[in-house]
Design a protein around this ligand. Sequence first.
Ligand SMILES: Nc1ncnc2c1ncn2[C@@H]1O[C@H](COP(=O)(O)OP(=O)(O)OP(=O)(O)O)[C@@H](O)[C@H]1O
Ligand SMILES: [Mg+2]
Length: 337
Amino acid sequence: MPMPTPLATPAASPAATPVLELEQVSKVFRVRGAGRGERVELKAVSDISFAVSRGECLGLVGESGCGKSTLGRLSCGLLQPTAGSVRFDGEILPPAGPDSPVAGRLQMVFQDPWSSLNPRVRAGDSVAEGLEAACWQKRFPGALAEKSIASRVAEMFETVGLAGMERRYPHEFSGGQRQRIALARALVTSPDLVVCDEPVSALDASVQAQVLNAMRDLQERFGQTLLFISHNLAVVGFMCPRILVMYLGEIVEELGRERLAQGAHPYTRALAQAMPDRSSIGKKPLPVLGEIPSPLNPPSGCRFHPRCPRATEVCAEQAPDWTELAPGWRVRCHHPG
Ligand SMILES: Nc1ncnc2c1ncn2[C@@H]1O[C@H](COP(=O)(O)OP(=O)(O)OP(=O)(O)O)[C@@H](O)[C@H]1O
Ligand SMILES: [Mg+2]
């Protein structure tokens, strides 16, 4: 697969500065309560800290409703944190929008390849819009000096394996191809960071593997920095060397992909049992035992304790602190395995 030449982008900070850094980030939504007119607080994300280095592909995994998309949107400036800070390239991340000073440097790929493309706009024009929406040319005059928008778009279609298909309409593509277009649109501005929220969940099993292979190839050869979100541990393990496991709004374990099968947190173990290895890409994970508690009324102490086979009294009373087990491996559990 030919690699696109990166566009001239504003000088990025030294490699040591993380592209993205979250510090004690929380997000509270005010939602309807049971009573008439009642509003209650739903803490979708609680006190989360992590950083993504330049060139890294960081994974975020957890069950439905645990706050992954909320964290993804916070990381892109599509949501503002209720507490804590989100830094992009060392600076506080401003709200997303065409006038944002970091427009085009931060992109998001969403789950649904059907709704993310306008059916009346040719695929190539949708990708070109990415350049225009980012006000790329105004802000970085000369970025496209060497080539026209059309040749940049053609280059991106080639990169994602759809060479020469720019003039087709969305209905002329399969779901997997549309997700490649979404990827082309995200990559066209040479962003510093791409947040992928369940990018293959809506695709058939065989197509999932194809799109994942293309994404991994792009990531490795291009050094694209990615925050990769999925509920499927096999998919995250395939894509990401480092993984954060999320449960009910909190990160409960950070570990390398080589340790996925022997996670220290009982929740990581349960996810691994439900999704043993790469051969399970495309299959639906088995549910972890027990009901997911409501984020409106999370359990006391360790939030996983009502479902945990290792739970003791202390788990119901005290929220566990982080324990560092090895460099790059930390867990929040009173009884790490
Ligand atoms: N805009 C919003 N207003 C109110 N509540 C919200 C909003 N967005 C998310 N939530 C709630 O926050 C919690 C986390 O939702 P989120 O979409 O981040 O989960 P998720 O891990 O991405 O789930 P899934 O795997 O199903 O996509 C859920 O309880 C959800 O109902
Ligand atoms: Mg989601």
